[in-house]
Design a protein around this ligand. Sequence first.
Ligand code: ZN
Length: 299
Amino acid sequence: MAQVAVDLAVEKATVTTNGRRITVGDFELTMFSDGNYWLDGGPLFGIIPKPLWLKKVACDEKNRVVTGENSLLIRGGRQTVLVETGIGNKFDERIRKIYEPEAKLLDNLTAAGVGPESIDMVINTHLHFDHCGWNTERRNGRVVATFPRATYYAPEGEWQHGQKQYLRDHVSYISDNYNPLIQSGQMKLVTEDCEIIPGVSVRTIPGHTRHMQVVMIESQGQKACYVSDLIPTSAHLDLLWIMAYDLFPMETIENKKRFYDEAVPGRWLVIFTHDPAIPWGYVKETGTGKYGVELVTGS
Ligand SMILES: [Zn+2]
């Protein structure tokens, strides 16, 4: 088992999602990584015993697993859309030590010639800090929009939940990531499933949180889905492999099953938010409650 873990660690150190590209009908999708951060393997895999998850991922001496931060750039329509903005760089030293975030999203976008002003729309699937960190940045002591021209979209129920600062999950909701945008009128709170631009829509799938939305991309009969924390990595494909962070685990399992009922026969490209090495793939059933990913070659 130790050998398997080492092999996986080596593989993940050399493979990255950043810059990976694929087309879905008229859309060109490019993955931009905010770099990796570290999460404890316990909550990351919920009720799954460590000896089992160690067969799929490696952990360090602190039990931490390398976790990716994949933002998706959608081009090809009239507008350029960025789905999720990673973990950002507004952390204090204490948080920085726990998660060791790399905060590379802006650098990676810029290196590819995608300046912050070229983003027309930003979609946040939910408002946990590791999904909307680069929504804003600190400039001259003020928190301002990182993407100055963009209209931002997030589920209204997420914002309301975050404002309540519940003991259970208040650490996940950092208001600097969204409140300045709401105050400036730059963020629109979405109350129901809707189309953001033709071919790109949001769909609510409860489980991880009550109001989390996935992003559907549809063109020329092809479909892709950015599944957010419904299936955070390709190691979470099996129905019961869900995170302990989920507020409604029974709903996650049920909704994952429903999702597969559509996505597997429909050959949807499934796009992973937190996989450090595999940006996307087609899901296939390998047994009862068990699923695997068919990798896409050449992307
Ligand atoms: Zn989350």
